[in-house]
Write a protein that binds this ligand. Sequence first.
Ligand SMILES: Cc1cc2nc3c(=O)[nH]c(=O)nc-3n(C[C@H](O)[C@H](O)[C@H](O)COP(=O)(O)OP(=O)(O)OC[C@H]3O[C@@H](n4cnc5c(N)ncnc54)[C@H](O)[C@@H]3O)c2cc1C
Length: 422
Amino acid sequence: MPGHISRVATCNFALLVFLALRNTPLAPLSGRSYEQLRPLHKTAGYTCIVTSTVHAIVYCKAWSNKLHEMLITANVAGIVGGLAMLVLGLSTISRFVRKSYEVFYAIHIVLFLLITVMVGMHRPVLAKKALIIVIWTGGIWFLDRLLRLSKFFRYFLGNYATITALPEDAIRVTLKAGVSSTPGSHAFLWVPSVRLMETHPFTFVRTDPAEFLIRVHDGFTRDLYLAAQKEPGRMIKCSVDGGYGQIPNFNRFDTIVLIAGGSGASFTFPIALGVIQAAAVAHTAKTIDFIWAKELDQLRENPRVNVYIYVTRDSGPSTLVEKSPAVYPSSDPSNTGSDLEKASSINSAPQPLTTTPVVRNERPDIARHLADRIALCASEQQVGVGVCGPSSMVSQTRESLSQGNGGTYGPSITLHTEEFEW
Ligand SMILES: Cc1cc2nc3c(=O)[nH]c(=O)nc-3n(C[C@H](O)[C@H](O)[C@H](O)COP(=O)(O)OP(=O)(O)OC[C@H]3O[C@@H](n4cnc5c(N)ncnc54)[C@H](O)[C@@H]3O)c2cc1C
């Protein structure tokens, strides 16, 4: 019995590493990239911790009259590995991960390496197979790291980032080099002069040259912002590891609804632009609803500030959408909520082909918008919905579609969700 449990634990150890590989062979096979496989990685991880704990308890009970055997090297290694697993499990508490991501990440890597060595020492006989599984696990992990490193090296040579501080705690980072990737995918940005030991994931707004729009938090992004403020337009050495992400091909949909909250627009913008370009080349008609909800509290609260939103075009004059928050139109006159949010929509539902962007001083009613838009689609049409923003927005979209899509007839709907946190 303890032997069986330890085998389950060892196999789960190999599985959890396989599911965490950034360059996973499962991406092209399953259409899921590494970050979408994270829930499975976590499940395999927790299963591994539980089974190893049960394995330890069963052995302790069975060996209660010869506990001194626990002191032989192989068993001490097992105990150390088991304890490391428990600490690693505790470090995944989401409050801790959110607060101290870098510490969590360092714990993850150091303890993973320790556990690998300890499990190898716990079952050091090659003929007993456990060691083969451990060597295989360490091997695929090392190979993945090597691939990541080679990408960093490839995009490091001759590459520079121009960092520009934008209003409202945002930064634009434009790289000299392009990255071969699809709209909506992301890469890990490394700026050694800002933080040598850290890389952070950001979604490409453009890929050639690569460009990111970044919302400033308190760590790496804050330091990047300060660097940009100190020397505006400064060019600094950088590199990226990417692109990652399996985004559905939005070109195949007749109607596309893209919903973004705040910096989530860096995910929906390139998708919208990609669809527009492809539709122009193929001369196909598409309807795109582009909804962007953004907080402008800081600006609205300042009496000196008038908010201007321009929808700019490559040719022709810019369109002034709204001049001042005081005159924002709202469909609900009683709406005096503290969040000033804009729902900007190209071809806003329910009108099929409106070209005037709409700016509203209210939270977007995602459920109503989706219901109105879907009601306009014929049953043979394909609708693609992409959402990127806070988890409340993502779940609201998911629920709206699952509740409103109970009927037998209606268009086929594909939902793709993206969140800027693990
Ligand atoms: C796939 C993906 C794509 C993203 N794309 C964008 C984008 O286009 N624009 C944008 O503004 N933001 C994006 N983010 C979020 C961005 O990565 C984090 O905001 C950034 O790493 C925070 O760095 P910080 O050190 O300043 O954060 P901190 O102030 O230290 O922490 C702020 C938050 O960011 C999280 N965080 C910190 N470091 C990381 C990390 N290395 N990886 C993941 N989360 C981290 C923390 O858990 C915390 O919740 C994306 C995140 C993911 C997972």
